[in-house]
Design a protein around this ligand. Structure first.
Ligand code: ADP
Length: 624
């Protein structure tokens, strides 16, 4: 793979040398103003005046800042000159005239070099300062030259056959591969699609935590399709100079169109694509907004029949992206690249282990089992650490013990991020998630349980249960809301039943359950006690955060009503809690079975999950 970069600019070096020379010259001149001239004796102004009045002065050259004069007695010596610094004296010409002094203003300075320097130095200083800032921003990859700072700094990777990255180099993200195969087809044979009048998609957003292989995947798409790959990071667009980012986007797309079909990869899209509303009052960033607008314009800009340029962008925070970016015709396709499950981790380990010499006893499956929550980059790192350890100890092959130590090292680094679980925590998470799933599967309001996972995601979620609505829903009835609350409490209830104690893991569930119950009472009028009244003020347009960050204020209510609301909310949540406990107690065996199974496989989904959950039974009290 070769990276095309310009060599660093020579003009910049020359510029800084010139700057130094002129700087020293000025300093010198400031301290020794007369070094380059013959010294002229200076006298006080009062002495000069008295000499004038005594008729001793023959000639004077009267300047703004200096008067130079010659005494009558020295009139024949050209260099017998004295000088004085004038004060503001309007009578001076009269005095000189009255005393017969020959006087004139000094001849205009004919210092050619002085004048020239006066013209040249300020621009040089300006350019030097400019270059200083560009140099700081551009870093090593910057295209040199003062006037090219708006150039896109996209690196163009031209794949060479030997180092070509393909889908084989990426493992553990099979669904993503399937979805991106289509993009490869678009790039390879665009005619097939345009012939029937279909438009080729322009943008695909790769969403996933850091290190899961988003960049690698984008390169693999380029490699599979055999097209050039432009890559730039969102944060590189955001520059000191307003307008530079936008110009860069324009330049990038121009270059890309010349090389089409090709792929543009924008890493860290969130750096430019943050929702404009959320910037708002907190000091919106003009530069970012301009860059974003330019990106949107460029994406709208490829006309039908234009060469195929597909923009792949990566982010780990899709929720903060500006909705305008996600509109049809822009990044309307999203592909999830998540942390790999057990099977995925094994495949990734196999890819990297192939490149090192392993001893026979190495069991990659065991390593995969011990590394839940690790992203592809972490796994690649483990293999490399293990190889380094083996080499450090002068061994020829990498042993299982090296892997164990490597995992410990990496885990020590990761633990701070709080996503590597101990065995005990993993067990709790398993029961917790299965608790959600069983309750959810029995209560119709919860939606169909599609997947249970105990692979930690991000900082907060240690596991998750994915429920899919079976149809589009716009209205929910009271029963469904109660079911949802019970499902949310299913996790905590399972912990209560199995371990007899409660962990902090349910905090988010409780928050959501309580919010839902409160809304039932105060917004939807679903409480019999409080009646069909809205106790919450309706929202008045968007609040200033633009993201629902501020809750609606309550209407003024009496103390009694406030108490009644609290009691009612508590009643709803508690009833749901009891319901969840009843269900799980009835299905305790199933809870154990599924939890043990998920501890082995980490993810249960599809038919297997449906079959297991199909065995759950509803307690009679709830069946009604
Ligand atoms: P991201 O862009 O998602 O932050 P990268 O693509 O930069 O992650 O991944 C960093 C490195 O980790 C890759 O170069 C590759 O070596 C390794 N890697 C990450 N995910 C995978 C994967 N799914 N399969 C193989 N290697 C991976």
């Amino acid at each position: 793979m070769s990276i095309k970069d310009k060599p660093p600019s020579r003009t910049r070096q020359i510029g800084s040398i010139l700057l130094w020379i002129t700087g020293l010259f000025f300093l010198f001149n400031a301290f020794f103003p007369n070094f380059f001239n013959n010294p002229v004796p200076q006298v006080p102004y009062s002495l000069f005046i008295s000499q004038v009045e005594d008729g001793q002065v023959a000639k004077a050259s009267v300047g703004d800042k200096e008067i130079r004069y010659q005494l009558t007695e020295n009139a024949d010596q050209d260099n017998a000159i004295l000088r004085t610094t004038p004060i503001f004296d309007l009578d001076l010409p009269k005095r000189l005239e009255a005393n017969g002094v020959e006087f004139a203003a000094p001849p205009p300075s004919n210092n050619f070099f002085g004048n020239l320097l006066g013209w040249i130095i300020p621009p040089i200083i300006f350019v030097a300062i400019w270059q200083f800032f560009i140099g700081r921003n551009g870093g090593a990859g910057g295209a040199g030259g003062a006037l090219s700072f708006t150039r896109s700094k996209a690196k163009v990777y031209v794949e060479e056959e030997s180092t070509k990255i393909t889908f084989d180099n990426v493992a553990g993200v099979e669904e993503a591969k399937t979805e991106l195969t289509e993009i490869v087809e678009f790039l390879k044979t665009p005619q097939r699609y345009t012939a029937i009048g279909a438009k080729i998609p322009k943008g695909v957003l790769l969403v996933g935590p850091p290190g899961t292989g988003k960049t690698l995947m984008a390169k693999a798409v380029a490699g599979e399709a055999g097209v050039p790959f432009f890559s730039i990071s969102g944060s590189e667009f955001v520059e000191l100079f307003v307008g530079a980012g936008a110009a860069r986007v324009r330049d990038l797309f121009e270059e890309a169109k010349k090389k089409a079909p090709c792929i543009i990869f924008i890493d860290e899209l969130d750096a430019i694509g943050k929702s404009r509303a959320s910037g708002g009052m907190m000091g919106g960033n003009d530069e970012r907004e301009q860059t974003l607008n330019q990106l949107l314009t460029e994406m709208d800009g490829f006309a039908v029949g234009d060469a195929t340029v597909i923009v792949l962008a990566a982010t780990n925070r899709p929720e903060i992206l500006d909705p305008a970016l996600l509109r049809p015709g822009r990044f309307d396709r999203q592909v999830l690249i998540d942390r790999p499950d057990l099977g995925g981790r094994l495949k990734i380990l196999e890819i990297y282990a192939n490149k090192v010499k392993l001893s026979d006893e190495v069991d990659l499956k065991e390593i995969a089992t011990r590394t839940p929550g690790f992203a592809g980059a972490d796994l690649a790192n483990i293999v490399n650490e293990a190889a380094l350890l083996a080499a450090r100890n002068y061994r020829e092959t990498v042993a299982q013990a090296d892997f164990a130590e490597a995992i410990e090292r990496v885990v020590a680094g990761l633990e701070k991020k709080g996503r590597v679980l101990s065995e005990k925590e993993k067990t709790i998470v398993a029961y917790h998630e299965v608790g959600h799933a069983i309750v959810g599967s029995l209560l119709p309001g919860g939606g169909k349980v599609a997947k249970i996972s105990i692979v930690p995601r991000g900082m907060a979620a240690l596991g998750y249960t994915l429920q899919m609505p079976t149809e589009d829903r716009f209205l929910m009835d009271e029963r469904e809301m109660r079911d949802q609350i019970a499902t949310l409490l299913g996790g905590r209830s399972a912990e209560e039943i199995i371990f007899g104690s409660i962990t902090t893991g349910a905090a988010n569930d409780l928050q959501r359950a309580t919010d839902l119950a409160e809304r039932m009472v105060t917004t939807y009028g679903m409480s019999k006690v409080l009646g069909p009244l809205a106790y919450e003020r309706g929202s008045q347009g968007n609040n200033f955060l633009g993201d629902g960050g501020m809750a609606n204020p309550r209407r003024m209510v009496s103390d009694d009503t406030a108490k009644a609301i609290d009691a009612e909310v508590k009643e709803i949540v508690e009833t749901a809690h009891q319901q969840a406990i009843a269900i799980l107690k009835d299905n305790r065996e199933l809870l154990e079975t599924i939890s043990q199974q998920i501890l082995d496989t980490e993810v249960i989904e599809g038919d297997n999950l449906q079959e297991l959950l199909g065995q759950a039974t509803k307690p009679e009290a709830i069946a009604a």
